[in-house]
Design a protein around this ligand. Sequence first.
Ligand SMILES: NC(=O)c1ccc[n+]([C@@H]2O[C@H](COP(=O)([O-])OP(=O)(O)OC[C@H]3O[C@@H](n4cnc5c(N)ncnc54)[C@H](OP(=O)(O)O)[C@@H]3O)[C@@H](O)[C@H]2O)c1
Length: 303
Amino acid sequence: MNSDLLKKRIMIIGSNGMLGQRLTENYKADSKVELFCCSAEESSFIENVEYLRLDITIKKNVHDAIQQFYPDFIISAAAYTNVDGCETEKELAWKVNVTGVENIARHAILSDAHVIHISTDYVFDGKNGPYSEKDLPNPIGYYGRTKLASENALKTAPIKNTIIRTNVLYGPAKHGRPDFVKWVVNSLRGKKKIRIVTDQINNPTFLDDLVDGINRIIEYKKEGLYNIGGSELLSRYEFTLRIADFFELDKSLIEQIVTSELNQPAPRPLNSGLLNLKAQTELGYRPLSLDFTFSRIKKELDL
Ligand SMILES: NC(=O)c1ccc[n+]([C@@H]2O[C@H](COP(=O)([O-])OP(=O)(O)OC[C@H]3O[C@@H](n4cnc5c(N)ncnc54)[C@H](OP(=O)(O)O)[C@@H]3O)[C@@H](O)[C@H]2O)c1
């Protein structure tokens, strides 16, 4: 039978996360997709979806979940994402970010599933960005080390796989911690001073652009490594000014600082960012303009 006539069976792991929620909303609305959501919490943040509580660090549970749903595609978006926490909770960070992905990779074979795994620009040291897929990783913090190890776990497994590197996700995730845009808007509207770094450069990625990139990978069944980043390379300070301009906020409340002033446990890649050329040419990926993404957030979150 023509496989285009069959519904695609898509399993999202980490469905309650910032990206996971957006993916869930997207596929829930797609009549050509049979959806199965898994995350660490008791229930799904997005209602009316098939949901299973799943701890990816437990091998048997991953096995049973995959065997239960028999996915064509697994989107691996669960992770321990607290960059500073990774420095102090190394064992947990490794368990979730590496052992968890090993468990997914090992059991994806049960249904011959294609695993699409989300990684990060934190695999780089930030000396020479923006980075292409050909640049050599050199993580400077433990989070980046675990994510690089997760990429390797997947690449060496005998399964169909795609690794997507992305950076600074933002967008209208309705549950959990606010994204950077919502945080800036709420802080400045509340007349709160915010301190923003001028020396971290990257191309912040709108959640819907990443969802679009994932859709294209599924549609074209592309394997390998792809960068999916935003449309503009800019410092976090410049990004904040653009948010303030769009939402007509008081820019005098934004104080410029450098990363070293924050004394964070984890070092940050400073000159980072991801080149989208491969995704543009092979997938037709075109990230939305910053202002358009802000307008979508404004509308959806009623900001
Ligand atoms: N956010 C960014 O700026 C960014 C940038 C580059 C790459 N990425 C990557 O993109 C992916 C998605 O990021 P995100 O921002 O959506 O992350 P997130 O909001 O932190 O979501 C991660 C999800 O994974 C769940 N999780 C944690 N441990 C788990 C476990 N043992 N078993 C099952 N689920 C578990 C979390 O549940 P709890 O919340 O209950 O722990 C959460 O729902 C991650 O792989 C991340 O490394 C993110």
